[in-house]
Unconditional design. Structure first.
Length: 111
């Protein structure tokens, strides 16, 4: 009985480690430089836009710049697709982390 319980617990732990970890953080306002804009259609035929923006970060006192994906869905797709490289994206976004990578989803564009 004890051996079965140990095997059962090991299987449960293994399954939990295999599931992707996703954390959702609070909404925030961003103002980032646009590096690229791409529009596409998902497998259901629904359009979406992906904007790669340059974001400044700091790690152990070293500052650097990296690209971050900012996604637009539904009514946000059309206005976001009109952004040009070098412009500034100002928006209220929902910050997400999926498999260790941070990204944003646009909730509302700001003037």
């Amino acid at each position: 009985m004890k051996k079965r319980m140990t095997v059962f617990m090991a299987v449960i732990i293994a399954l939990c480690l295999m599931l992707p970890t996703m954390a959702i953080a609070a909404d925030k306002i961003i103002s980032l430089e646009v590096a690229s804009v791409t529009t596409n259609v998902d497998k259901n035929g629904t359009p979406y836009a992906r904007v790669i923006c340059n974001e400044k970060r700091s790690l152990q006192g070293t500052e650097y710049e990296t690209g971050i994906a900012v996604m637009a869905f539904r009514e946000m797709v059309e206005p976001v697709s009109k952004l040009v490289i070098g412009s500034t994206l100002k928006a209220i976004v929902s910050e997400r982390e999926f498999q260790g990578r941070k990204s944003y989803t646009i909730l509302k564009l700001l003037p």
